[in-house]
Design a protein around this ligand. Structure first.
Ligand SMILES: Nc1ncnc2c1ncn2[C@@H]1O[C@H](COP(=O)(O)OP(=O)(O)OP(=O)(O)O)[C@@H](O)[C@H]1O
Length: 948
């Protein structure tokens, strides 16, 4: 065998030497080749030809013919593969058509915490497509779905039913997979899953890449992720520093519909991904930034709709339905009944927003079902975004989630009813049993056909692989198959019509393609800071310059920013989202699709090598830098790094915060024992969770800084507050002292909500907890930033010295010591004053350090507190309550102020006196809160005004 291989190699060499003499020996060479071909044609099939040809020295010239034959075979096999692909696609589409464009699955959540054997279940899976809902003793209702997953179904089983939709997406169909259901029924579990049982999204991404690799085409795949929170679109891939409330960028996502009905979200970050790992990392990142919070129904309740979009573009696959298509995977917020979840404040608003948009989705579904001429897509952001993925020419998969608990019967009835309506859209509500039977037989046949085609495909692919290997051995060079395949995958030359079209599109500002009524008005342009006309003019001035063709998404976007003077300087980041490592000529061209230019305030200046523009307000320059600087492409790694490198004030660990929702009892009963009992029961119920919260607080205390710490501290539940104080209420009297409904708690809870709204709230995962714990020394160092200065003369006599190594409590001690002489005030009240001072110190520092604008300063002042303050203050305020020190008449503000002032006057230190005087105003605000003014619905601005 070895010998024969050697002779083949020698043959190859002699062929090569012959080739060198080709000019002189053309006719002889051709003749001999012809003879060889003749001989070969009488031989056995190709697989054994190599052995045979090696058996005889006289057949040296066979190699040339073998190569030719292999080439011909490869062509044949590739053609066969393409044919099989086309057949498979057709069969799959027929199958999906039979199954319905909109397929509905039902998943019943297992009873997890109620591990009681024999617990009555209101919903049970009858078989693989029917569920029985028990409405009463002798009353039940049956619902049919395309597939029913019982509580024991695994994530694998669920995904196996989703897989065809992914295949369909590779064939160019728009697809939408969404999880619907009551809060806490397992939507996020199904979509996201966990480390051990990954959900649909990670599996779908993996499958997508597998399918794309399997197909004979080159795909350009991009990943985007956003959430719809309280009716606003929020990009989940945008780094934290860009998500400040003052940054218009978070508001700049806008939904655009093209004349063909396609939906595009302007300014949404799209990152090119070339394998599963990259996409999965981005997904992990986006998931951490999702808004979640604890409610009575679910400790990790999603407070928004989370949408993952994967776009696929292939220029060389003519048989695909579309050149570019997308697949949406949506984890909808859970429908909830306020009476049951007993949410209030921000949680209540979130629930309301979720319910509203779900109801809008219901209206759309209903209109589609009844084939109404008008479908109310515009009624909510959710339906606007999904508009082109819910229609006829797309694949929609809905997974309705229900709880088997009897308590949830009402919600289950609603969910199942909604799901049935959705299912009826395609199939028609009254399908006879006969038709259904025939349909099932046809589906079974198609499934068989699919299996056969899939097997044939695999066989052909094996043959192709084998031939390529043999060819590689014969030529001892790079397998020609690669060239062959490369040729197949090569992007059409620039004179290709498709690309011409793209060039044309790229030179037109996106908004100019829209109907007049949809184009931005002058006013809206000013508001958003984006002037497409200007951008267009600038491009036109350089029209003589030769450029690489750009796609429709090549429009560089300058996210609106504040006047540069506010930030001192600005830098531009070319957010190129292609991957340099994988850059080919194709990817180079395609990568330009994704460039977006972001103008950041200085504090968000990236540390990496992004293309930067010196020219202020010159958007074209920065755009150009982004386009030209493709060599500085931002990879997925860089993108992730950008998040990690965010300024410490926006530590990534802010992603791990969550809040315990505090149920608000009826106003009239707020202080009644009954309410206390209710709350206490909830306490017991959430005790385990409180333990976790406590862990977070503890970790934070190790040195997480700025708003993170504030948020984390703010997120401390009443239970963890108790933990901090090392006291557990044992009686109602005790409980009263720590009652979360006390006015002072409301103050802090209000701040939680504010932070929650602006900063977003992220899912607490085990990883996240680990992250916090791993913060380590770095954060310890950072914490020193909060040390107060020994130089008390700067900035109203109080300032912070970065170099100081003593903790903030040192200054607190100083103040405390000063106040020890004060006999007229209780120690705790002084501590409270101290807290207020700390707050001011923090605010001033943030202003000076971050060169914040007045507006930002306001935000910081309201939303951000020094790290220790929250825990300390909470503890102290509770102490004040419990010790009854704060015996001031809260109705008499003037009296309160006077008494404090007179106490303060006894101090010899006039600097402190001055400060304390200022802080009395803050105390007054607190007192006003105590009066319950907050319940009138006044926003934080009002209280801030009081503090001025
Ligand atoms: N099939 C299941 N198997 C195991 N655990 C599950 C299952 N379904 C849900 N859970 C668990 O139930 C809890 C709530 O689930 P999840 O957060 O996914 O609900 P949700 O419907 O997304 O709620 P919300 O709408 O409030 O976000 C989680 O702890 C989750 O792990």
């Amino acid at each position: 065998m070895m010998e024969s291989r050697k002779s083949v190699r020698n043959l190859a060499q002699s062929i090569h030497s012959l080739l060198g003499l080709k000019k002189q020996l053309t006719s002889n060479w051709a003749e001999s080749v012809c003879n060889i071909i003749k001989d070969i044609s009488t031989e056995e099939p190709f697989t054994s030809s190599v052995t045979k040809s090696n058996s005889s020295e006289n057949q040296e010239c066979d190699v040339g013919s073998i190569i030719t034959k292999i080439g011909a075979n490869l062509d044949g096999l590739n053609a066969q593969l393409n044919q099989l692909n086309a057949q498979r696609k057709q069969t799959l589409n027929e199958l999906l058509d039979l199954k319905g464009n909109i397929r509905v699955f039902c998943r019943i959540r297992p009873l997890i915490e109620e591990k009681i054997v024999g617990y009555p279940e209101s919903v049970v899976a009858l078989d693989s497509s029917n569920v029985i809902l028990k409405l009463g003793k002798n009353k039940s209702r049956r619902y049919s779905f395309d597939k029913v997953f019982n509580p024991g179904s695994s994530q694998d089983e669920v995904f196996s039913e989703v897989e065809p939709v992914i295949k369909s997406a590779v064939d160019g169909y728009n697809a939408c997979i969404f999880a619907y259901g009551q809060t806490g029924t397992g939507k996020t579990f199904t979509m996201e899953g966990n480390h051990d049982c990954p959900g649909i999204v990670p599996r779908a991404i993996e499958e997508l890449f597998k399918q794309a690799a399997d197909s004979n085409h080159t795909f350009h795949i991009t990943f985007s992720m956003l959430e719809i929170y309280m009716g606003h679109l929020r990009d989940l891939l945008v780094p934290q520093q860009m998500r400040k409330p003052t940054d218009l960028m978070t508001q700049s996502l806008s939904i655009q519909t093209d004349p063909c009905g396609g939906v595009e979200i302007e300014n949404l970050v799209e990152i090119r991904v070339s394998d599963f790992n990259q996409a999965n990392k981005l997904y992990g990142l986006g998931s951490r930034l999702r808004s979640t919070a604890s409610t009575n129904s679910n400790p990790t309740s999603s407070r928004s709709h989370c949408l993952i979009r994967i776009s696929l573009t292939s220029f060389d696959a003519t048989e695909r339905r579309r050149e570019t298509n997308k697949i949406w995977m949506v984890d909808l917020g859970g429908s909830e009944r306020v009476l049951k979840t007993r949410t209030w404040g921000r949680r209540f608003e979130e629930g309301k927003a979720i319910n509203l948009s779900l109801s809008a989705l219901g209206d759309v579904i209903s209109a589609l079902q009844r084939r109404r001429p008008h479908v109310p897509f515009r009624n909510s952001k959710l339906t606007q975004v999904l508009k082109d993925s819910l229609g006829e020419d797309s694949r929609t998969l809905m997974l309705v989630h229900v709880s088997p608990k009897e308590d949830d019967l009402c919600e289950t009835v609603c969910s199942l009813g909604f799901a049935t309506r959705v299912r009826n859209i395609h199939l028609g509500s009254h399908e006879s049993t006969d038709t259904q039977g025939m349909r099932e037989v046809a589906m079974a046949n198609l499934l068989e056909e699919m299996k056969r085609l899939e097997n044939d495909r695999q066989d052909v692919k094996k043959d192709i692989k084998k031939l390529n290997e043999e060819l590689g051995q014969l030529t001892m060079t790079k397998p020609p198959c690669n060239e062959h395949l490369e040729a197949l995958h090569r992007i059409p030359e620039t004179n290709d019509n498709t690309e011409k079209k793209i060039v044309q599109e790229a030179t037109v500002a996106p908004s100019s393609q829209l109907p007049t009524f949809m184009r931005p008005t002058i006013c809206s342009k000013r508001k958003s800071g984006v002037d497409f006309t200007k951008g267009l003019q600038k491009k036109n001035t350089l029209s003589t310059r030769k450029r690489k063709p750009l796609s429709t998404r090549a429009e560089s976007l300058c996210f609106p920013t504040k006047d540069a003077s506010e930030y001192g300087s600005e830098c531009s980041i070319a957010r190129t989202t292609c991957l340099a490592d994988y850059e080919t000529e194709y990817s180079h061209t395609a990568s330009e699709c994704d460039i977006k230019t972001v103008v950041l305030p200085e504090q968000g200046k990236p540390k990496m090598g992004f293309a930067r523009s010196e020219a202020r307000n010159d958007r074209y320059e920065s755009t150009k830098a982004g386009r030209i600087g493709l060599s500085k492409c931002l990879t997925v790694e860089n993108w992730l790094q950008l998040h990690n490198n965010e300024p410490t004030t926006y530590s990534k660990n802010r992603g791990n915060k969550r809040v315990l929702a505090i149920p608000l009892p009826d106003v009239k009963n707020r202080c009644s024992d009954q309410t206390k009992i209710d709350i206490l029961h909830q306490d017991e119920h959430n005790q385990e969770f409180a333990e976790k919260e406590y862990k977070i607080d503890k970790t934070i205390d190790l040195g997480v800084i700025d708003d993170d710490i504030v948020t984390e501290s703010n997120t401390s539940s009443p239970y963890s507050k108790l933990k901090v104080m090392d006291k557990i209420p044992s009686s109602f009297d005790d409980y009263n002292r720590f009652s979360p409904t006390s006015p002072l708690d409301i103050l802090f809870d209000k701040s939680i909500q504010i932070e929650d709204y602006y900063g977003g709230r992220e899912r607490l995962t085990e990883d996240a907890l680990e992250d916090i714990e791993n913060l380590g020394d770095n954060f310890m160092k950072d914490r020193s930033r909060y040390n107060t200065s020994s130089d008390m003369d700067k900035k109203n006599n109080i300032n912070r010295n970065r170099d100081s190594t003593e903790p903030v409590c040192k200054s607190a001690f100083e103040l405390e010591n000063l106040s020890l002489n004060t006999k007229t005030l209780g120690e705790d009240l002084l501590l409270e004053i101290k807290i207020a001072i700390n707050q001011k110190v923090q605010t001033e520092d943030l202003v000076s350090d971050l060169s914040m604008t007045g507006e930002e300063c306001e935000e910081k002042d309201l939303h951000e507190f020094p790290p220790n303050m929250e825990l300390e203050s909470t503890a102290h305020l509770h102490t004040i309550q419990s010790q009854g020190v704060l015996n001031l008449d809260l109705n008499d503000d003037a009296g309160q102020e006077n008494s404090i002032m007179s106490a303060v006057e006894s101090q010899e230190n006039s600097g402190i006196l001055h400060l304390l005087g200022q802080k009395v105003k803050i105390l007054r605000a607190i007192a006003l809160l105590g009066l319950g003014i907050q319940t009138l619905g006044l926003e934080h601005d009002f209280f801030y005004g009081l503090m001025q």
